[in-house]
Design a protein around this ligand. Structure first.
Ligand SMILES: N[C@@H](CCC[C@H](N)C(=O)O)C(=O)O
Length: 275
């Protein structure tokens, strides 16, 4: 099978992107994990598949696979690259697309300054929908693991996120605590684990241990989840810049409304391979 693909990144969160509108590519979990391998494959955090829409109200369908081969519901940095890819491949001339994902519909806008804005939909706090084991919805939960206690926000941006505050992002035990919590028994489908340092009311720093990947240079849905949680507690204003190791994202949110995320999306190269 000959596969044409693009390599892209959103703030260093990198992707192999496949146009499955004009190709007919099927990859199983093992093949995806093999392609994600940075030594033996293409190397990426997520594989993105652009597919024809199933619904006349949307322009495209968007499938996302983590580096371990698992299919997931949402990828914020991927959504910005998805928008840039549509234009790069000439699949649409529109500046704004509606795209269905495994968990709902998002809107992607190509802005005149080259940035991409994504309407990520509303955050979900109902534990059953995250999914997270809890009797009722709380702003902050206590998670216990390996005889340690963590105070966390738990919410869904289409995919599950757990966020905790840290004093110094450089010293945060991202790998150790990330590995401990990403498959915690209270997360029926696992979770992405974010470590958030508030700088001032408009700025915060974030590192994310992603489910199915490990720590990445940036996580768009993680930045949305962390910003929402901090805004709910009045620690950030309604528009804030979340600085990730790979660069900044601007997040805007007000209760009852969609989370808007704006940032860069970079095309690296086009390639083809035989599998
Ligand atoms: N990199 C992403 C999130 C990708 C999916 C995540 N690892 C999950 O399992 O939910 C982003 O930019 O949002």
């Amino acid at each position: 099978m000959l596969i044409h693909f693009s390599k892209m990144h959103g703030l260093g969160n990198d992707f192999m992107v496949i146009d499955n509108v004009t190709q007919n590519v099927f990859l199983n979990n093992d093949q995806i994990a093999m392609l994600a391998d940075r030594h033996r494959g293409v190397g990426f955090d997520q594989l993105l598949m652009v597919e024809a829409p199933y619904d006349p109200d949307v322009d495209f369908h968007y499938r996302i696979f983590n580096a371990d081969g698992s299919e997931v519901q949402q990828c914020g940095n991927g959504a910005r690259c998805f928008g840039r890819f549509i234009r790069h491949k000439g699949l649409s001339n529109k500046n704004r697309f509606r795209v269905s994902t495994k968990k709902g519909v998002i809107s992607i806008s190509l802005l005149s300054d080259g940035q991409v804005e994504v309407d990520m939909g509303q955050p979900v706090f109902d534990p059953a929908q995250i999914p997270f084991r809890a009797n009722k919805s709380e702003t902050t939960y206590i998670l216990r693991a390996a005889e340690q206690t963590f105070l966390c926000g738990v919410l869904s941006m289409g995919n599950p996120h757990c966020v905790m505050l840290v004093d110094d992002i450089e010293q945060a035990p991202v790998n150790e605590v990330g590995q401990l919590l990403t498959q915690h028994e209270r997360f029926a489908e696992g979770a992405n684990i974010g470590f958030l340092q508030i700088i001032d009311r408009q700025n915060a720093r974030l590192r994310v241990f992603e489910r199915g990947v490990g720590e990445t240079q940036a996580c768009g849905s993680g930045a949305c989840a962390a910003a929402v949680w901090a805004m709910m507690q009045d620690k950030l204003d309604a528009t804030a810049t979340i600085q990730l190791p790979g660069g900044p994202l601007q997040i805007t949110w007000q209760a009852g409304q969609s989370v808007m995320m704006t940032g860069s999306a970079t095309h690296v190269f086009d390639g083809q391979m035989v599998l």
